[in-house]
Design a protein around this ligand. Structure first.
Ligand code: ATP
Ligand code: SF4
Ligand code: MG
Length: 315
């Protein structure tokens, strides 16, 4: 499979200024990854590990400190953050985002038909008739129908609204979807319906998706590959089966042990909170019970367990 997106050694920082003091939050710390066409690539990790910041950097919604994000569907080798206005417009057509909260992501004053037609008006030269056809096509694909187009967002349930948000993301036929916790705000039974729908759409439309979630059981169901993130860095990456059947990083094991069905090693329990200061050696060292002298001294490089499974641990 060919790559659609490549990220190389990406760093993103937030600077917050208070009186006499500037605080720097290092949210993404040297992430490199590639997304293959047609795959669902999941990013998991505790709250605050930098998942959304990574997504925003890919969308060019936050400035990057260093590193490169290259979208191979457009301008070969040109970094996303070097795009000019027209390249950025083209990119935004090709890369769409679905957010966690379906209640705030749809304009309450617009009818569903208008919400779905708007991106087509802005980004295509489709005739009115063709736009209508496309809108009906896409609303049907997400399990709703033409009669819903005249309704307003408040007339729908959370699950239906998330279907509409997904339809809006799909209406321009993008090459990549970034879904940031798209089912976390929904009840379990509704979550399952949306996940089933995404699974069906994946095969039907050959979707490529970055799927962000703190919920590993959701990821197990949907993803082809998984990256486990901790303090802005990927600690382990592999095919979904490799991560669930042979978790290798102590952090991955600890995350999995929280799910009785998948946790194999009950001795790996995640304790403590994310540290305020990033440790200088292995970033997980302050919470890792296997931490030894060397772990505090140097940041482990990745080592390959299989061709597709790699882990950043000195053990
Ligand atoms: N706009 C901002 N200004 C300053 N710090 C920020 C900002 N946005 C995020 N952060 C900080 O950056 C770090 C990464 O946050 P981010 O939202 O990317 O994490 P996340 O993995 O998406 O968490 P969650 O699972 O809670 O959504 C956190 O320490 C967070 O407090
Ligand atoms: S490198 Fe050391 S501290 Fe880091 S995860 Fe491995 S054993 Fe734990
Ligand atoms: Mg987030």
């Amino acid at each position: 499979m060919t790559n659609l997106l490549e990220i190389n050694n990406l760093y993103v920082e937030y600077k917050t200024a208070k009186i006499n003091e500037t605080t720097v939050v290092k949210a993404v710390n040297g992430v490199s990854l590639s997304i293959k066409k047609g795959e669902i690539y999941a990013i998991a990790g505790e709250s605050g590990c930098g998942k959304s910041t990574l997504a925003k950097a890919i969308m060019n919604l936050v400035p990057i400190k260093s590193g490169k994000i290259v979208f191979l569907g457009n301008n070969q080798n040109k970094g996303v953050n070097d795009y000019n206005k027209s390249e950025l417009k083209e990119y935004r057509k090709n890369v769409q985002m679905v957010f966690q909260n379906p209640y705030s992501s749809l304009n309450p004053k617009m009818k569903i038909g208008e919400i779905l037609e708007e991106p087509l008006i802005i980004n295509t030269d489709f005739s009115k008739e063709d736009r209508k056809k496309r809108v009906i096509d896409i609303i049907t694909k997400v399990g709703l129908n033409e009669t819903h187009l005249d309704n307003y967002p408040h007339e729908f349930s959370g699950g239906q609204r998330q279907r509409i948000a997904i339809a809006r993301a799909l209406v321009l036929n993008p090459k990549l979807i970034i879904a940031d916790e798209p089912v976390s705000a929904l009840d379990a039974s509704i979550q399952a319906q949306i996940l089933n729908m995404l699974n069906e759409l994946k095969s039907e439309l050959n979707l490529t998706m970055i799927f962000i979630s703190h919920d590993l059981s959701v990821i197990k169901f949907l993803a082809d590959r998984v990256a486990i993130m901790y303090l802005g860095e990927i600690m382990e990456e592999g095919k979904t089966t490799e991560i669930f059947e042979n978790p290798t990083h102590p952090y991955t094991k600890a995350l999995l042990s929280a799910i009785p069905k998948y946790g194999k090693t009950s001795e790996e329990i995640l304790s403590g909170d994310l540290p305020n200061d990033i440790p200088s050696g292995c970033k997980f060292s302050s919470r890792c019970k296997h931490s030894a002298g060397e772990c505090d001294l140097r940041c482990p490089e990745f080592h390959q367990i299989t061709e597709t499974h790699k882990v950043r641990c000195l053990l």
